[in-house]
Design a binder for this molecule. Structure first.
Ligand SMILES: *Cc1c(COP(=O)(O)O)cnc(C)c1O
Length: 416
């Protein structure tokens, strides 16, 4: 019986037999794990027996969270990291080597884009393409291409990748297909359904939701044939091939690099994940209401939200996702200063971060996309007036009332 993800994760700890019949996995804060005999310790080291060795490679609390993320993604396994960036950076370092080529979306999350740039300094080549059309990905493929990396819904402009088309392409070419599904979460979309090999999440965002923990994860959907992947070390080609990729990610990406998720943060993320579906439903409904309200404002030039019929990938989003996400962005008409808009908001917090229970907003061009400069902003279609809103779970009417009072106080400034 395939259960709903909320039902599955609510009972996951209990079904794994927690000590004393506790219904939640406790916090395991030990650094070391002891064994009665040298033989047992050795068996764990050599992978003949499962068990924990040292806290850098994980702990039972984090392992319980990994089980839940695997349940949510219908994955064969998951490795957690200290942050979403740690998950991305460590996994790619574990799987790529000098001379490899990666095709990635050119609308990537800013820090991931910056990391792709670092990869080129380490001897990999990266082609950034408009991934809203799989034909652009196909055109960029080379004999050395190892991996295609895309996000489901881009932040902040909400372009939706051609997820199914790229899945087909990757299957045809035997390529590793990595999908960052942070913006959709497992409640809206399972990348496995379009053939993703690995699914990445920033757990710091909607999966945790409460803005009180950082974390990241990478899950293996079981769709990729690791036997065909040339960069796996012989030591990790043991047992069934389904486990090889994650084993190398755990050993090279977690054990050697050490960006480990702490038990405390893993515990808070697991608690947040229990209400993911409830929170996402409400946040998505709020976001659609706000997007529609903004689209009707004369002082707003454009609203970017996949739930609007005006969005270029609206039909694709409707076909693939349960709902359209909790992030929108909008551009004001000339003469409206985005700072004035933001400063007029009273409930909405001026802050970075997204997927929080609270609604957060920021001026994109002068904050998260400032470092890259005007030229790259233009190539990524980031207007100077763009405001990003990560919509929370406040009551819809309170949220709309805050925007209404803010817009009622704006004045169009004509150039002198
Ligand atoms: C935030 C984010 C990340 C990075 O996650 P952190 O937990 O902040 O390191 C990666 N990808 C996407 C799409 C994100 O929104």
């Amino acid at each position: 019986m395939t259960q709903d993800i909320t039902t599955r994760i609510l009972h996951a700890d209990r079904l794994a037999a927690v000590e004393h019949g506790a219904v939640l996995k406790p916090l395991h804060i030990a650094t070391a794990y002891g064994y009665a005999t040298a033989e047992e310790l050795t068996a764990v080291f050599q992978g003949q027996r499962s068990g924990h060795i040292y806290g850098r490679q994980g702990n039972p609390t984090t392992a319980a969270l990994e089980t839940k993320i695997s349940l949510m993604e219908d994955a064969v396994g998951t490795v957690c990291f200290a942050t979403g960036m740690a998950a991305i950076c460590s996994s790619l370092l574990a799987l790529l080597k000098k001379g490899d080529h990666v095709v990635a979306s050119r609308f990537l999350f800013g820090n991931t884009a910056s990391w792709m740039n670092t990869l080129t300094q380490l001897g990999c080549e990266v082609s950034l393409v408009d991934a809203t059309d799989a034909a652009n990905v196909a055109a960029a493929l080379r004999p050395q291409t190892r991996m295609v990396f895309v996000e489901t819904i881009a932040n902040p402009r909400t372009q939706v990748a051609d997820l199914a088309g790229i899945g087909t392409l990757c299957a045809e070419h035997g390529l590793l297909y990595v999908v960052d599904s942070t913006m959709t979460t497992p409640h809206l979309f399972q990348p496995k359904s379009v053939g993703a090999s690995l699914v990445v999440h920033s757990l710091s965002k909607s999966i945790c939701g409460h803005g009180n923990a950082l974390g990241g994860s990478v899950s293996d959907t079981g769709r990729f044939d690791w036997d065909r992947y040339p960069n796996l070390l012989p030591a990790y080609r043991k047992g069934p091939a389904t486990g090889w990729g994650l084993l190398q990610i755990r050993k090279k990406g977690l054990r050697d690099i050490g960006a480990t998720l702490s038990a405390e943060h893993g515990h808070r993320i697991a608690a947040g994940a229990e209400t993911l579906a409830l929170r996402m439903d409400r946040a998505c409904a709020n976001t659609l209401a706000l997007a529609q309200w903004l689209e009707a404002q004369p002082l707003v030039a454009r609203v970017h939200y996949p739930g609007l019929a005006s969005h270029p990938q609206h039909a694709r989003s409707r076909a693939l996702f349960r709902n359209f996400g909790a992030l929108l962005s909008f551009e004001s008409v000339p003469g409206i200063d985005p700072f004035e808009v933001l400063n007029a908001l009273q409930l909405v917090i001026k802050a970075s971060h997204l997927g929080d229970n609270r609604t957060l907003a920021l001026p994109v061009a002068r904050t998260i996309f400032w470092e890259m400069g005007a030229e790259q902003r233009a190539s990524m279609e980031i207007a100077d007036s763009l405001i990003r809103v990560s919509v929370g779970i406040e009551a819809r009417d309170d949220l709309l009332a805050d925007f209404a009072q803010a817009f009622s106080r704006l004045s169009v400034k004509r150039p002198a």
